[in-house]
Every structure is written in structure tokens, then in C-alpha cells.
Design a protein around this ligand. Sequence first.
Ligand SMILES: *Cc1c(COP(=O)(O)O)cnc(C)c1O
Length: 712
Amino acid sequence: MNKKEAYTGIDYFRIIAAFLIIAIHTSPLTTYSYTADFILTRIIARTAVPFFFMTSGFFLISEYNYNPDKLKTFIKRTAIIYGIAIALYIPVNIYNGYFAMDNLLPNIIKDIVFDGTLYHLWYMPAAVIGSTITWLLVKKISLKWAFGTTAFLYIIGMLGDSYFGFSEQIPFVKNLYSNLFEVSDYTRNGVFFAPVFFVLGGIIASKKFHTSPRNSLIGLVVTLFLMFGEGLFLHNLNVQRHDSMYIMLIPCMFFLFTALTYWRGRTVSGMRTWTLIIYIIHPMMIIVVRMVAKILGLQALLINNSLVHYLVVSVASASASFIILALKKRIKINTKQACVSDVDRSWIEVNLDNLRHNAIILQAAMPANCELMAVVKAEGYGHGAVAVAKCLNQIGVTAIAVATIDEGIELRQCGIQGEILIMGYTSPMRAKELNKYDLTQTLIDYHYALLLNKQGYKIKVHIKIDTGMHRLGFDVNSPETVVNVFTTKNLQICGIYTHLCVAESLDTDSVEFTHTQVTDFYNLLDVVARQGIAVPKIHIQSSYGLLNYTELECDYARMGIALYGVLSSKDDITKLQLDLRPVLSLKSQVILIRNVAKGESVGYDRQFVANRDSRIAILPIGYADGLPRNLSCGNGSVLVKGCRVPIIGRICMDQLMLDITDVPNVNVGDTATLLGKDGQAEICATEVAENADTITNELLSKMGSRLKLVNC
Ligand SMILES: *Cc1c(COP(=O)(O)O)cnc(C)c1O
């Protein structure tokens, strides 16, 4: 249950952090006490930026190994925002005479990469560089070693920042740093400063160190005081070149962030964007406040009093950001509704880019002579067989597998090229159609082979061998029947294959069983070859076969579930781990919102009874659309406005109900994501399959019937 609650503490601290950053740039207490201002803006406020880096790390790093997409999205988003911010401040740059400086081009590059084209913008490139460095480190050398490495970078940074007065004493070191400062004005950048906080966020997300709420608060107070001491000490010695990197900052951030993670509850939506906008525009507001003060002749109050100045800038920044956020939302809702009306009810989004990506990655993982055979049975596991096959045809995949003759015929009628193998049973009475549509039929046993041969049509076939699954196929111990098939008149034997039945499992028994299956199969092929028969194309592996027994020598590997970017079950660990990307998202929309008073029930059997006054959203999707009824009564959840909300009551045939009490601002027409991503949040097929007590193969393949498919 816990995992479904949002990180309220993190959401709220974003606001504090944003106002601390404004404080850094306006020094609110100088009018009253220089030291108090130093403690506030040069020590306490130094937690703000690390906090933002840690938040990104917290949501990104722990999943890096599995999902590089998240990192890419983060980098892309940050880069776009950075671009907008740079453009926004060009007038200010012009006014400041920025473009009149010497060596303009090298300096602009340096600023764009490290220092920011205006003082506060360094954060954006630091986030991009810092997250990338962290990602690479975590991927290559584990979280623990990444921490060691980034902490080391931080120390180098610190010796060029708050401790520079000491390093300066050593001429050689001083020299190194002056070279470094040619490239970046500060060591507080994406290389030396940001990475350690990204890693720290990832470490907290990984829950490797348990610190109780009480201990984290004690730790926070102690380290914060030590940091005061450190800061004031360094300041008095006058060794600080810049004052943002303290030793104590790292433990302090660890305890602060850990403490925040214990404050769980409602999602405070919009906080992330709101504080980001505050961050970006507050220098603009400083300028605006100065201009207004000048025009109104209120300099004494609005500018010379540092505290009033700070408060006015803060209020102006917060309100302007709020307005921008509201405008942004309105634009978003309009575009979204346009998209929804195209597809009415509920729909499946198929990301063909990801499909192509998976096909290429899988093909690349196969041994040199092996070719990908795309399994598109059951409407391509719910993704739309024709669209999937067409897309794969276009990138050169020419081997396709289906389960039934009608699936094969449909593909041919839609112009799919190459070999289409029917892996299941086809009545011999339909031999004519097999021939007409140039479909390849699986021979499910010897008797079936003879019957099919008798129909009098030339038919392409693959021989299926039963090596232990005991479902379809010739007995692997009767090679003579296999040899006989090669003498039939009408059957053109293009392939011979078997199917593994425990390839997903890596325990000793299963691996041994699989090895026996494979050896028996190859032995049979030897017997066939010794009869002077040219062995046709061979294939053994399906998705897990490839991921766990990659090295097998085959002509094809039959890829189903992996092609669609997911594994069958959440807990499966495969020997070969590929960057597979989910292709399918399942979406619906809120069509009704109703209030239900405490004590009232919702849905069939009155399974949900409200224990508080609740807001309920109705989605037009039910079990007849392929959504398992097992997800009823809180077993499943759905994303609305980037938040997870539970499915309540029993899922109906055509509708389901959500409890949206904890998510404010949900409107009729809002998109609901049942599978896929919404903002930072994601619901994976493996998770849903587990909640529904099944595997993703079943979950996805049942979605073909009533939902509309949207390719994107
Ligand atoms: C469905 C099927 C596949 C594909 O299996 P995945 O595990 O989805 O890759 C491969 N071979 C046969 C015989 C199948 O029936």
C-alpha cells in the first residue's frame, strides 16, 4: 500500500527550496545582520540546489539500469527548458553588455556548458551533465562505486570552492585549478558538484540504508549545525573562493532527504513545474521589482530594505509562475481533448518507434546467421498484427509467425511479405487456402503430415518436434517418421523446430531440462542429415529462449513478448538483459466524476464502501476490453494527472471506477493511463499482470478485441 502514497514531503520542500534560492540572490537579512544573512544564504540555502538534484536522482537513478528512456526524457526536457530560459534572458544579456565581452564565442560555449548564460542558469547544464555522468557510472560500476567516484569529484570541487584558500597555498595545485577555471568559472558545476547528489538520491531510492524518521531528523539537526560551524569557520579564515561546497553538505542532504521521504500522503500536483518556473524567472522579477520601485520612487522601501525586497521578489515570482502554470495547463487540456475525441472511449497507443527499436536490438543480440521471426499471433499481442507486421516488413523483417490460418490470411490480404508460419493447428480441409495465400503450416505430428499431404496441394511446412513440452510435434525419439515426411509428394519442408518449456527459469533442474531438449533436437537433426537429407531452417528459441540461451545455433528465433518490450513476469531475471521498450500503452478517459458520501457503496456487490466523503471517476473500459477483472477492489491502479489512484469496487464489463479523492483538479475528459507512462509515473505491464495473477503475454493478447488502436 505504502508505495502508492505520494512523496508529499518532497513536493512541499520544493517550495522551500525555491524560496531559499531567491534568498541566495537577494540576501534578505543584510539590512539587519551580515552574519545572519551569511548563515541563511551561504549555508542553509546551500541545501536547495542539491535537493533538486537529489529529487531528480531519486526518481531517475534507481531505475537507470532498466530504463534509459527516463534519463533521455529528463535530459531532453531539461535541455528544452534551458533553451527557452537562455532565449528568455537574451534581452537581459544585451542590457548587461554580455555580447560585448572579449572572446565572445569561447565564453558563450563555456557559459552554455558550465556557468549558464545568466548567473542562475548553471543549474540546467549541471543537471544534464550530472545526470549523464551518474547514469554512466551507475550502469558501469554500480551505485556504491558511483558514490565513491562522485564523492571524490565533489572533494576536488570543494578544494576549488569553499576550501580554495588552502589549495591555493600549493603552487602546483593552484596551477591546476587556474587551468580548470579557464573552462568553468566555478567547480560548482555538472562535473564536480551535481553527480554526487544524483547518486545520493538514487541511494535513498534504493533503500539500501535504513534510517528511521527519528534518526534522520537528529542526523539533520546535527549535520546542519556542523555545517554552520564549517561555513563560519571557513568564512572567518577567509579561504572561500565561492561558498557552496561544504563537507557537511553531503551528510546533511542525506538526512534531510531521507526525512522528507517519510512524509507521505497526497500528491501535491503541479509543484514541480511551479517551482521550476519560479527558479527560472525570479531574476527577471528582481529586475521588474527594481524597475517598478524606480518608477514609483519607492527605492528606499522596495530595494534598500533587504527583507521587503526579498518578500516582494518572492511574491512576484510565485504569482507570475502561477499564472504561467495556469496558462500552460489550459493549452495542454485543449490539445489533449482534441486527441481524445478522435478515438472516443478507450484506446491502445502503439509506439512503433519502440517496436522498431526492440526488433533491431533483438536482431543484434542474435548470433550472426540467426534471423528474427516476429510472432504476431493474437493481434500481435494486442498491438495490431497488421500494423506490427507492416512496420517490421519495412525494416527488413521477413519472417512472421501467427497461430491460426485466418491470422495468416489477413496478413497476406494486407500485403505482408515474406514467410508466414502458422504455429498452430489448421484443418487439413483448408489446404487449398494454405496454398493460395502462400502460408507455411506447422506439422503437428506424423499422422497430420500424411493427411495434409493427401489433400493434393503443394504446401510449405515446418516440422514441429516435441522435445519435452508434450504439446505439439513429432516425438523426438522417432526420427524415422521425420525422415519419412521428407519423402512426401506435396509437402515442401522449409523448416524444423522445437519449443522450450522452461526457458524462463534459471534453476539447475530447468537448465538441465532445457539442455536435454536442445541436445535431443540437435541429435535428431544429425540422424536426419545422416540420411542424406538437407536439413531445412531450424529454430528453437522464443523470447526467453533467446534471452537465456542466446548462443544456440539457429536460423530463426521466434520473438513474441520481448518484441513488444516487456518480459512475462516482473521477477524474471534473464541472462541477457536488453534495453527493451514497452510498445503498448492502454489509455482511457474520465467520462464522469461523482461525489460519494461516507458510508455509501460503489459498484456491483457493493464491494467498495467509502470510509470518507469521496470523489469517484468513471472510465469507459471494462473486462470486455481485456482488462482483467482481478484488478478490481484496489488490486489495480490507474494514472490520472500523473498520480496513481486505485480501482475501486468490481470492474464491470464496460466500465470501472476510480477513487480520485486525493488528486485535485481531475476533470471530465482527462486521460487515464492503465498501462504506460503519465509524467514521471508509470504502470508497467509486468506489474499489472502480477496484480491480475497472470503473465503479460495473456494480459496483452486479450486486448485485441474491442479497443481502438492508435499508432504513434
Ligand atoms: C507464442 C509462441 C512464441 C512466442 O513466445 P514469446 O514467449 O512470447 O516470445 C514462440 N513459439 C511458439 C511456438 C509460440 O507458440
